[in-house]
Write a protein that binds this ligand. Structure first.
Ligand code: NG6
Ligand code: CA
Length: 505
């Protein structure tokens, strides 16, 4: 194999999105995207410190993947690649976005939403966005565009960036929700603005104190990244966010079902990102403090949406995919007892690393798909699958033909998604501070000058000055670098990665 591997890899890398469409009934598509949920955080993935009945039930009614990947170990690049079918490392400026960043997806790009639209589906994104809005110099008191509506979504209800970044307001379609003209909303990621207290000056006002950063404007007893002033009436209540977003998601489903319209819903949960502020009914319901409680809350959101699909009669004709945008992190910047109450729970489920890391826990995430009649119940698949393929997959499922210049990194892998192919991809790229290449059971991590451990989270980042190679079949925890015994393979993989960087398939 080794002699030809470079050529084979290049050919595979060259394969564009598949042109064929599956002759199956057009379903609705619901993509539920958790934030920072790790491979080991659900009971159907082996967690015992927390029980996630709704996700376990979803898995029991569909397929659960054991080698599914986000494209990156942080949020913005993962979301960019999933929505566009194009790896984020191909485009500058796709790292973790500030709360006032401009839209980073080209409005001409093909997206999951534009594909759904071409197929006649109505679509909405509800929840965390974190891909920027507007053209720069955003005025939150005016029309905010471009954003999801310029990328093919018919409607949106957004947490613009993250819960820990200002502004702490929702954006519906082109406007901040609940803003009154007498109290304009102003945001700064530079110098402090306005009279609101900051976490740095007034720690006494905080109900959750920062452990790293997060000490700018205080809202609702939590200091955030960035400064904001005004917009009081529009500011969210963190503890109500899961309810607010779920209500919106279920309302969209109800409206579409009532109108007999097919739909694509991208339901982008805030949980389990920081600040972890569960609703009172989940507080203390696990032994793990807020991080455990918001896992329960995320599970509840999934249960509510499944129940709504049932009650409006579309559950059997809906492909539901649940997954996470990157791997787990325990302390991600607030003192929220996530470390002190972790106990024996392993958010990474035995994998090495976590959020931000080049090791497997950075991008290997839970993924469950349910589609009655097409996906058999109770399947478990070890196929190598990636969120970058969702574009080509939904295009194929919905009968939309993509040209080779659309969604360039997205490979049609529907057979793996529905459990008819146990192999999936042969290769994929994992992005963190550096790039890594998965090739079947092999994992090559390029040399990187980055730190070995993250200063703020103490996660092992997987960076090393020289290249690393792991055999994940024999060593899923990436403990033994076997590059010395496999120099030719490593060289081929390095060459393939270099080729992929320099060429667009
Ligand atoms: C980091 C933040 C972290 C989180 C992350 C983005 C600090 C110290 N850390 O810079 O709290 O917000 O960015 O997370 O500020 S992500 O899931 O949206 O990528
Ligand atoms: Ca994330």
């Amino acid at each position: 194999m080794k002699a030809e591997i470079f050529g084979v890899l290049v050919v595979i890398a060259l394969l564009g999105p598949a042109q064929r469409a599956l002759a199956i009934n057009q379903p609705n598509i619901v993509l539920i995207y958790a934030d920072d949920l790790g491979y080991g955080d659900l009971s159907c993935y082996g967690a015992t410190a927390v029980t996630t009945p709704h996700l376990d039930q979803l898995a029991a009614g569909g397929i659960r993947f054991t080698d599914a990947h986000s494209t990156a170990a942080t949020c913005t690049p993962s979301r960019f690649a999933m929505l566009t079918g194009r790896y984020a490392w191909r485009q500058q400026g796709t790292g973790i976005a500030a709360g006032n960043a401009p839209l980073i997806i080209d409005t001409e790009a093909t997206t999951m939403a534009s594909i759904a639209r071409e197929a006649g589906l109505k679509s909405s994104v509800i929840g965390k966005w974190h891909l920027g809005l507007g053209n720069g110099q955003i005025d939150w008191n005016q029309k905010i565009a471009p954003g999801p509506l310029e990328l093919g979504f018919d409607e949106c209800f957004l947490v613009p960036a993250t819960g820990d970044r200002v502004p702490t307001v929702y954006v519906e379609n082109h406007h901040v929700v609940g803003l009154v003209p007498e109290d304009p909303l102003v945001v700064s990621y530079g110098k402090p603005i306005g009279d609101d207290p900051t976490g740095a000056e007034r720690p006494d006002l905080l109900k959750q104190k920062p452990s790293h950063g997060h000490d700018n404007t205080i809202h609702n007893g939590v200091s955030r990244i960035g400064y904001m002033s005004g917009g009081e009436a529009a500011r969210w209540v963190d503890e109500d966010m899961a309810d607010t977003l779920t209500t919106r998601a279920n309302d969209f489903i109800r409206r579409k079902a009532a109108a007999k319209e097919s739909f694509f819903l991208f339901f982008s949960l805030h949980d389990i990102h920081v600040p972890r502020m569960p609703h009172q009914r989940f507080v203390g319901k696990t032994t793990m403090g807020p991080r455990g409680d918001v896992i329960l809350q995320a599970d509840w959101c999934v249960g509510e949406v499944m129940q709504q699909l049932e009650s409006v009669g579309v559950a059997d004709n809906t492909l539901v995919i649940f997954t996470s945008d990157n791997g787990p992190v325990v302390d991600d910047g607030y003192h929220d007892e996530s470390v002190s109450k972790l106990g024996n729970h392993d958010p990474a489920g035995g994998l090495r690393g976590g959020k931000y890391s080049a090791f497997e826990a950075g991008t290997r995430v839970p993924m469950i798909a349910r589609w009655p009649g097409t996906i058999a119940a109770g399947e478990v698949s070890g196929a190598l699958v990636s969120q970058v393929d969702f574009c080509a997959d939904i295009a194929s499922i919905l009968g939309v033909t993509l040209t080779p210049s659309q969604c360039v990194d997205s490979q049609e892998q529907v057979a793996a998604l529905i459990g008819k192919d146990a192999t999936g991809r042969r290769s994929l790229v994992e992005q963190s501070g550096c790039l890594a290449l998965r090739w079947e059971n092999w994992k090559y991590i390029e040399p990187s000058q980055g730190a070995a451990f993250a200063k703020t989270t103490s996660i092992e980042l997987g960076n090393h000055a020289t290249a690393q190679l792991y055999d994940l079949d024999k060593d899923p925890g990436e403990r033994t670098n076997v590059i010395g015994d496999n120099a030719k393979l490593a060289k081929d993989l390095a060459g393939t990665l270099k080729w992929m960087r320099q060429n667009t398939p």
